[in-house]
Design a protein around this ligand. Structure first.
Ligand code: PAF
Length: 282
């Protein structure tokens, strides 16, 4: 299996194996791979001649230094999982220096307001960091198709916007959320939960499903009050936000408009570990 830790070497390799008639599929990750990541790789393998995965814990997208320090780094087991899935997958696992060349700062982006909602409100600078690294990685890998999980739905919309504005020839493809048996959305951060917290965290998706049911007959304010009430009564869980927003603009709903697609978004702290999830309401 080919593993590269320097962008110049990866670029040279991709240049030597690909041609105008071949496509590169790309799955950017921060490692600690789970079934959700593997499903993105499978989608890429099915639809491209080459598949590249990046494993890079990007410092500029972390607004909380403790979150960055504690983010799981499991390169060896990640590589084993990739090799088991398909040894032809090309791995790019660069150092911070190789990517940022001594200047570990974000570029500033205008994502037409998508960046000011939800995660953008609670994680200042986060989407500038995501935009910076994804743009950098797209320039290095030059994929035809790039795969992102819908758990980070706001990130998915922002990457699509970045590609559109920068006119990059990359198709950004959103893939369905993978869930544990109890409904908890798969996330690298789940590794930091105790077994009990992981079991209890089923409440997040359960509440989203109940919110979806209620949204059929109740207004958004009442649904949000219900969700707040649920988490007020779950010890150890702290609701950061629950929002019902328009899928296209990510702006909070003011009134239900026929024909618009709505989605609920949630962020919850479980003993300082931040979990997010989302559900389509249509
Ligand atoms: O979703 C992630 O894991 C990260 O935000 C990404 C897209 C790999 C950029 O660092």
């Amino acid at each position: 299996m080919r593993i590269f830790d320097r962008q110049v070497e990866l670029s040279a390799h991709l240049k030597s194996v690909s041609s105008a008639n071949t496509t590169i599929g790309f799955v950017p990750t921060m490692g600690a791979l789970h079934q959700g990541h593997l499903s993105l790789l499978k989608e890429s393998l099915q639809n491209n001649d080459f598949t590249v995965i990046s494993i890079f814990v990007n410092p500029t997208q972390f607004n909380n230094p403790e979150d960055l320090a504690k983010y799981p780094r499991t390169l060896e087991s990640d590589v084993a999982k990739i090799e088991k899935l398909n040894p032809n997958i090309i791995v790019f696992a660069p150092s911070v220096d190789d990517i940022y060349e001594g200047k570990t700062v974000s570029q500033h982006f205008d994502f037409d307001g998508l960046e000011n909602q939800m995660e953008g409100k609670f994680r200042p600078g986060h989407f500038d960091g995501v935009g910076t690294i994804v743009k950098r990685l797209f320039e290095i890998v030059q994929p035809a198709n790039a795969y992102f999980g819908e758990k980070d739905f706001q990130q998915l919309q922002i990457v699509k916007k970045m590609v559109e504005k920068a006119q990059m020839p990359v198709k950004v493809i959103g893939c369905p959320i993978f869930r544990e048996a109890n409904g908890l959305a798969m996330s690298s951060r789940n590794e930091r939960l105790t077994a009990q917290e992981r079991a209890d965290a089923a409440v997040i998706y359960r509440t989203l499903q109940a919110a979806k049911m209620r949204f059929g007959t109740e207004n958004a304010k009442r649904v949000a009050d219900y969700v707040t009430d649920v988490f007020d009564n779950v010890p150890g869980f702290e609701l950061e936000y629950f929002e019902i927003a328009d899928e296209a603009t990510l702006e909070p709903i003011t009134e239900k408009i026929e024909g618009r697609q709505y989605r609920a978004f949630i962020a919850v702290f479980v003993n300082k570990i931040r979990l997010i999830d989302t559900i389509s309401l249509n």
